[in-house]
Structure formats: C-alpha cells, structure tokens
Design a protein around this ligand. Structure first.
Ligand code: MN
Length: 235
C-alpha cells in the first residue's frame, strides 16, 4: 500500500508471537533452526558428533501459538517433537561478532521444531532438501516471548517436554554445543539477519513420535512455557 502501490491480492497476515504478560506482539520475519546442537540428540540420531551444527528454515506462518492445535501433517507416519529454546531478534546484520551478538536479542521463548522424521531421514539419505521433513504447515509451535529486559540471557536452564504428562525430553541449555551468540554469529555469515528473525536453537535428546490427541507441554525454566495439542489430520 506504500508509494501509492496497491497489492493485487490482500497481503498475507503478519506472523507474530505473543509476549508474556503483555497484549503486545512480536512480528516474525523468518524462522531459522539449528540442527544437531545437543550431543545426546546427535548420538540418539546416529550422527557424527564432530560435525558442526548447521541451519535450516521454516516459513513464518508455520507458527502455532500457545494453547493452539497443530493438525497432524500429511504424508508422514512418524512426526516427532523437538523442544527448543527460541531466540527472537530485534536487530541483525552480517558477520556479527560473537561479542556483539547478544545485543541483537529482544527476548527468548520455547518452541517445538515439529519434524516429519520419516521424510526428513528419507530426504537426508538421498541428499535432497529438508523442507518436506521440517517446513510444513503448523510445524513451529511457539510460546510467548519474555524480553531480555526481564530475564537477561539464559545460559543454564532446564528445558523439558512432556507428552500427555510424561516427561520425554529433559535437558539443560548449558548442553548446547554452540551457544546463542555463536549461533547468531555463524548464521549471520550465511544471511543478513534482521529484526523479527527468530532462531530455534536445537533440541536435547528424547525426541519421539506424537499422534493426534497428544498434549505437548514444554518449558524452559525461567524463560517460558508452551502447551500445544496435536489435532486430527486435515482432510
Ligand atoms: Mn530441531
């Protein structure tokens, strides 16, 4: 609508995250994800422990808010949960040094990198892209953000996921192989980061399948919570 231009179709709604204790919203530009950032998860997946973490992305409109429902996705018989610390950026840049990286962070939350594990592994094995396994609709449930002004920059905190009340994932942020400033710095070598980008920082061990009807409860102590229900597959 700017510069007197008009869109030929209505522009899509702005993806956004809730803010804990506020009615304000955080607008989401892009969702970046880190692969293989906890040693025990690398071991449970049978991957090379010495390989550096790497990045992939999900569409911003894959977000499911706290209390929401993520429909069981099509094409898979093995959808896994991966609970992750979410880092939300208020600024960015290219080639950000690690000692400046935390200046870019607005706040933190907890999210789930929902994964069609069967399709991810099939893609990996034939060296195809990961979108079919990672970037599907409703693949990024994400709880409310808490600003840095309230909690600082969490380095050590318990991160858990319960499925129907039973603990499945139970780790600590201090187990991350690459920490938040290192992730931001490394990712900024690949793309120009900017305000509104969020980063899912990898999952601890205990990933497992979930099915329609499951209730997933996630928490990073002192940072945030997220509850999401897996819904029936859409027709
Ligand atoms: Mn993940």
């Amino acid at each position: 609508m700017s510069n007197g231009k008009r869109y030929v179709i209505p522009p899509p709604p702005q993806a956004a995250l809730a803010i804990a204790g506020s009615t304000d919203l955080f607008p989401v530009r892009r969702i970046w994800c880190v692969g293989r950032n906890y040693l025990e998860h690398i071991r449970e997946m049978g991957n090379d422990e010495r390989e550096p973490p790497f990045f992939f992305a999900k569409p911003a409109d894959a977000i499911v808010p706290d209390g929401g429902t993520a429909p069981y996705p099509s094409l898979t018989k093995d959808m896994h949960h991966e609970v992750e610390l979410v880092v939300a950026l208020k600024s960015g840049g290219r080639n950000i040094p690690t000692d400046k990286a935390l200046d870019c962070v607005w706040g933190y939350g907890v999210g789930i990198d929902l994964t069609r594990r069967d399709l991810q592994i099939a893609s990996r094995d034939i060296k195809r892209p990961w979108e079919v396994g990672k970037a599907f609709d409703a693949s990024a449930p994400c709880g409310p953000l808490t600003p840095v002004s309230r909690i600082g920059h969490p380095k050590k905190a318990r991160i858990t996921l319960k499925c129907n009340g039973k603990v499945r994932q139970d780790g600590d942020l201090e187990q991350m192989i690459w920490n938040t400033p290192e992730i931001i710095s490394k990712l900024s070598e690949m793309v120009a980061l900017d305000a509104g980008d969020i980063i899912m920082t990898g999952t601890p061990s205990g990933v497992a399948a979930c099915v329609a009807g499951d209730r997933l409860e996630c928490e990073v102590d002192g940072v945030g919570k997220l509850t999401v229900t897996i819904g029936p597959a859409l027709k």
